[in-house]
Write a protein that binds this ligand. Structure first.
Ligand code: XMP
Length: 517
């Protein structure tokens, strides 16, 4: 593994992704983790991320010098670079030489491992207040900018490297190449992290873990649960029952799709449970988003427990216990639910922070370390059809977190109609691959005055939330063509009684999240 030490900026996620794009496994650890603990993970390399602070700020995170003396290759970026410089005896000045955004970097390639094969002048993305003016002893300076004399340094002997800029961001034109040079040449790691290797590793792990016991897997119709189920099916097929819970918060056509696409591709055993009554009763009167998420998470588990009892009964007295619950939890779910590295809890994703405490199952989460694009690769590797693998994400709590206000049957019906229209038109316009997803949100407690025919209307607005994203950790609002927006708006306001306004959400993430709740 390659450890990405997170100094508290949002860049660590991105670095971890870029390392994996280079087909090398990586994981994020907090900068507060003791160095001994980091080294116990036997990392093949360590990357120090950027961070928000100056190395001279009060309480600025530091790093134990032992990290650089363990013989493990290290690559410092931005704040990580400055920490390396100060820790190893170089000089970092707080002299107002700040650079933010696009910057021209001049590279000196002689003796450079990082910059080989890249141009002498290249555009990079900077974000710093302090500047390194002298590299520590033993390092060769291999890049500079107008403001910063030491913008990169390298020591091939000790295999320590650093750059002042952010190679992980798209705007640093040769960033990925520089990162790969560090991984392949500096740290001498072979790029072996592929979909095939992930499948092989996970199948072996699942077999060992589940043994001869039985497992159930909640299918939501989404990519994640489908791929998780397919993996477990591959590993211990006859011991797995997939349970599709219709919680009444699904979109139009969802149930049929799961029955058709998933079962056809995997041949897995499927049990469909209609639990809409139960979920809607539990959600009655509830408006708080976190409370909704927790209720939905809890009810899922209760339904699985009931399914478990039924499966055991069906198998007869010699039926093995159903001990495992398979979930399609992803790395970003873990991190965003506060389970990763001590980051703040933004939302309780239904399958992480939303689990009840008295859970009877052991969890099997084969995707817990993967990003979405990796999950898609694994799905493809397992032979799942494009209809599943390329599906846009849909959250487990379904339309329950897209109705702002209390969730009722009537409101769900309204939202389902509006959502079906939006999806139909986006597909017809050929935009499905351009957008990450497009939640349609019903502002159920808001009413506004409209006019239709000769009459006054007093209906609800819906919000279109089309976003583009690489991994849902950050997102931008999609610039959909006006004529497509116009068609969606016309159709929704004409065809769905009680919806008389369509609005567009033009907020990026951050500061907004993708879903409204
Ligand atoms: P947010 O709203 O946090 O969403 O920006 C990021 C991505 O995660 C999806 N999402 C969920 N998926 N269970 C899920 O399976 C959940 O509880 C959940 N909440 C959000 C959301 O649709 C987006 O793709």
């Amino acid at each position: 593994t390659v450890l990405v030490v997170d100094f508290g900026a949002q860049y660590a996620q991105l670095i971890a992704r870029r390392v994996r794009e280079a087909r090398v496994f990586s994981e994020i650890v907090p900068s507060t983790m003791p160095v001994a603990e980091m080294l116990a993970k036997e990392p093949k390399a360590i990357i120090l991320s950027g961070g928000p602070s100056s190395v001279y700020a009060d309480g600025a995170p530091s790093i134990d010098r032992a990290l650089f003396e363990a013989g493990v290759p290290v690559f410092g970026m931005c704040y990580g670079f400055q920490l390396m410089a100060t820790t190893l005896g170089g000089t970092v000045d707080n002299n107002g030489a700040r650079e933010y955004g696009r910057t021209d970097l001049t590279v000196s390639k002689s003796g450079s491992t990082l910059f080989e094969g890249t141009p002498d002048e290249q555009v990079v993305w900077m974000s710093h207040g302090d500047a390194c003016s002298a590299a520590p002893e033993g390092f060769t300076v291999t890049a500079s900018t107008g403001q910063v004399p030491v913008a990169a340094f390298e020591d091939d002997e000790r295999r320590l490297y650093g750059v002042q800029y952010h190679p992980e961001v798209m705007h640093s034109t040769f960033g990925q190449q520089v990162l790969e040079h560090f991984l392949y040449r500096g740290a001498r790691i072979a790029p072996t992290w592929t979909a095939g290797s992930i499948v092989e590793e996970q199948v072996a792990l699942i077999r060992e873990r589940v043994g001869s016991k039985r497992a159930i897997c909640g299918l939501s119709g989404g990519v994640d649960s489908a791929v998780a189920a397919a993996l477990v099916n591959e590993a211990v097929g006859s011991q797995l029952t997939c349970v599709y819970v219709d919680h009444g918060l699904m979109r139009t056509g969802e149930t049929e799709q799961v029955e058709k696409d998933f079962v056809a591709a995997t041949g897995a055993q499927l049990k469909v449970v209609d639990a809409s009554e139960r979920f809607l009763n539990a959600l009655a009167g509830v408006t708080d988003p976190e409370e909704k998420r927790k209720i939905i998470g809890r009810e899922f588990i209760r339904v699985f427990e009931q399914a478990q009892a039924e499966i055991i009964a069906e198998a007869g007295s010699d039926g093995e216990d159903v001990a495992f619950l398979v979930q399609g939890t992803l790395y970003p779910d873990v991190v965003e639910s506060g389970g990763g590295t001590g980051t703040a809890n933004i939302k309780s994703h239904h399958n992480v922070g939303g689990l009840p405490e008295d859970l009877e199952f052991e969890l099997v989460e084969p995707l817990r370390q993967l990003f979405k694009d990796e999950v898609r690769m694994v799905g493809q590797e397992l032979g799942l059809p494009d209809e599943i693998v390329q599906r846009q994400p849909f959250p487990g709590p379904g339309l329950g977190i897209r109705i702002i206000g209390e969730v009722t049957r009537e409101r769900l019906d309204l939202l389902r109609q509006a959502d079906a229209i939006a999806r139909e038109e986006l597909t017809a316009a050929g935009l499905d691959r351009d957008i990450w997803q497009c939640p349609v949100v019903l502002l159920a407690d808001v009413r506004s005055v409209g006019v239709q025919g000769d009459g006054r209307t007093y209906g609800h607005p819906v919000v279109l939330r089309p976003v583009s994203s690489e991994d849902a950790m950050t997102a931008d609002w999609s610039r959909l063509p006006y004529d497509v927006l116009a068609t969606i708006s016309n159709r929704i306001t004409n065809e769905v009684r009680d919806i008389n306004r369509v609005t567009l959400d033009v907020t990026s993430k951050p500061p907004g999240t993708i879903e409204w709740e």
